[in-house]
Design a protein around this ligand. Sequence first.
Ligand code: NAP
Length: 356
Amino acid sequence: MKKIRAGILGATGMVGQQYLALLENHPWFEVSCVAASERSAGKKYSEAVSGRWHMQKEIPQTAKELMVRDAAQAKEIAKECDFVFSALDPPVAKILEEKYAEAGTPVVSNASTHRWTRDVPMLIPEINAEHISIIPAQQKNRGWKKGFIAVKPNCSLQSYMTPLFALHKKFSVKKVIVTTLQAVSGAGHPGVSSFDIIDNVIPFIGGEEEKSENEPLKILGSMRNGEIVNASGIEISAHCNRVPVIDGHLACVSVSFERKPSRAEILDAWKKFRGVPQELKLPFAPKQPIIYREEENRPQPRLDRDTDKGMAVSVGRLRECNVLDWRFVGLSHNTIRGAAGGGILNAELLKAKKYL
Ligand code: NAP
């Protein structure tokens, strides 16, 4: 099978590097182009990331020699890729992503820029794969023929949205109180200074609580007249904290339902939950999206973030809540499931459904 050519915008950053590491030997996609700021443009990729390659595996051989392009050259780069992954900083993504879509190149984005654009799908493919059918309306609204934008939600949501959705389908979630403990890699590199985070917890991540409270409503929303309309009747309150962990966002969740399920019903719903990526057998789909850990002290970032290639969500500590109905702890790998791996799964879904 001829591989589909993927470009990576923001290829030198934390998420961009993860894309390159994960896409090595991908069965459907090959990286044909890497782009970043004009600071990196014109250098070989291996030179551009020299001294700031953060992945545990080596830079893929095929990427080392690629010349880093200036991501602002949308029209030229668009000719060399069938689609692009965007791991650009949000202010840059705001300017550039539409230029790529306009030039006829689909954009699979990690940036927050278009998460609130009503005709842009915000995907967790196990939950709302059907939202991709908004894409023709998006193209019509903007006069784009082949290009479009699809985004993934904030990284911390991945730690609890799929477990909540598996329960919501059966028992209707009403209220959620979530406290996240988020890894430093979530802020990119250099991110939070070591002086600020070692021996410390920072109880503030700009804009994160608003994202945690609002994005789930769009993800669970429905499509009407070419727009995604938020789900109603669910209240969410979030506390977001930065903690001295390298990778892996943890979330402590309390939840109430229209009908309170039993412990056995919750565990059964999580165990049996499968979504469209599993049905379609997408290459990056975790076999079992939600894995319950029976041990009283799991999940933990160091032990559980890499479960099923870093794409599965680990949950544990299910117990009754004194205020709402039930509480549990969720964990996912923020730069894999929450960023590049999630983006790759989105692209696989788009390819399987013939949008790429
Ligand atoms: P990062 O490490 O700071 O990397 C930013 C990337 O953007 C670099 O490649 C940088 O290129 C490029 N860039 C900056 N200014 C540019 C410009 N003016 N023109 C073109 N390229 C420019 O950030 P990150 O953590 O990888 O995050 C990337 C995106 O993913 C952000 O939108 C972030 O919110 C989102 N995200 C991150 C995570 C996570 O866990 N880290 C999770 C989900 C979503 P240079 O190297 O040349 O400066």
